[in-house]
Design a binder for this molecule. Structure first.
Ligand code: FES
Ligand SMILES: [Fe+2]
Length: 425
């Protein structure tokens, strides 16, 4: 059972909070490449108001939103003379937060050299701009396959969520809900056997056997469902500290070369952006199809059409065709599930069951990571060397295997034989 103190540690991420200190030890997406054109944009991440901009050289920078002079909004500023210039009195800043010019001060003044504005390093890859907001030297940018794939192999977008990030990420490693919330054919038709699709097996086998295994970067979650005729359906999903879920989803047809990622980044404690990556190393991604799909359920501003205010447009006449009556788009179902517990889910009110085992363990890992940082240690999964920065052991699966096969052994075999470089298309 999660105590109130633990819930606060897990959900509060503003500056100076223990949870926020832990989250800041990892690179985090702060914007999509597609939304950062010529004009600077105001952004909020981990409770901090910032301005994201491209310098004249096209390289992104991230600084405090308010000018350190008299606090005007820098997102209205001018990109010129090697930096971002405030509109109010013309102070000019480079992307490291150095003040390069104070044109209203006496010409002999050295005052500008005393000014250091808040600035965070950025790295653009995989359709997103990542930032490191922690202390000291930034760790290496994780070499996740999807972050470094050619454009044709990855589709990147984001979706606004009106709730804390953790409750949404918890849905990613909750294998049981796939049999309910997302079921598209809830009427049981009595068929069994390997001719069933994986989706049908999930609908029929509502009690998956769930096992977990610690990895160097988080938690592997195995869910097995009997598929009849000597087979079982295995899903292997990953929680990656501190706020990422890797799973076989759309674009993740099956196997380790193709998967989906949800990266849940706090705007503040009551809202977040879920950055979505659909990745396929071998066959590439059908951008047109995914664009169409995403645009069906989302406005042009990355805000979902189905939301709390319109009761997720539930159509109860549709309950025969879908379990939720909320269309066929899974992320819309998930919005209902993760937003309705409240903006910051109060975990002291829960009644957890055996099927929640992965969620309990992931929370424990996060609390331990917070303790690590409080104790002056680096939390797990922060990458400091090229050796660690190979993710052959990050395995995502959605496969039919023999009933007697041990899922951990099956998956670890793949981890040992998988060559990340061979996966790159
Ligand atoms: S407030 Fe920005 S230069 Fe004065
Ligand atoms: Fe879901």
């Amino acid at each position: 059972m999660t105590t109130r103190e633990e819930n606060d540690l897990l959900t509060r991420t503003g500056p100076g909070t223990p949870g926020g200190d832990m989250m800041r030890r990892y690179w985090q997406p702060v914007g999509l490449s597609a939304e950062l054109k010529d004009a600077p944009v105001p952004v909020k991440i981990l409770g901090e108001d910032l301005v994201l901009f491209r310098g004249e050289d096209g390289i992104p920078g991230l600084m405090g939103l308010q000018c350190p002079h008299r606090c005007a909004d820098l997102s209205y500023g001018r990109i010129e003379d090697g930096g971002l210039r405030c509109l109010y009195h013309g102070w000019l800043f480079d992307r490291h937060g150095n003040c390069l010019d104070q044109p209203a001060e006496p010409p002999e003044s050295k005052y500008k050299d005393e000014i250091k504005h808040t600035a965070y390093p950025c790295h653009e890859t995989g359709g997103v701009i990542l930032t490191y907001m922690g202390p000291g030297e930034a760790p290496l940018v994780p070499n996740y396959h999807f972050l470094h794939a050619p454009e044709k192999n990855v589709f990147t977008t984001k979706v606004y969520h009106d709730c804390n990030q953790l409750q949404a990420n918890e849905g990613n490693f909750d294998p049981a809900h796939l049999s309910f919330l997302h079921a598209l054919n809830p009427g049981r038709d009595g068929r069994t056997g390997v001719n069933l699709t994986m989706q049908e097996v999930m609908g029929k086998q509502t009690r998956p056997k769930i096992d977990t295994e610690r990895t160097r970067f988080g938690l592997r979650i195995y869910a097995q469902r009997d598929a009849g005729e000597g087979k079982k359906y295995l899903r292997c999903t990953n929680f990656v500290l501190p706020n990422i879920g890797f799973f076989a989803g759309d674009g993740g047809r099956s196997g380790p070369t193709s998967y989906s990622v949800h990266w849940h980044v706090p705007i503040d404690d009551e809202s977040h952006w879920r950055y979505d990556f659909y990745y396929d190393a071998k066959d590439g991604i059908d951008h047109e199809r995914l664009n169409l799909k995403v645009n069906t359920e989302m406005g042009p501003d990355y805000r979902p059409t189905r939301k709390r205010e319109n009761r997720y447009l539930q159509n109860r006449a549709e309950l025969d065709a879908t379990f939720a009556g909320m269309g066929v788009y899974f992320p819309s179902h998930d919005l209902f599930a993760v937003e309705t517990p409240g903006r910051i889910h109060d975990r002291t009110r829960e009644h957890l069951g055996a099927s929640d085992v992965a969620i309990v363990q992931a929370r424990r890992m996060m609390l331990n990571a917070i303790k690590d940082v409080q104790g002056g240690k680096e939390p797990p999964g922060v990458i400091r060397s090229q050796n660690e920065n190979v993710f052959n052991d990050l395995i995502i699966l959605s496969v039919m295997i023999d009933k007697d096969q041990d899922p951990k052994q099956y998956t670890n075999n793949i981890a040992q034989t998988q060559d990340y470089h061979a996966l790159k298309a």
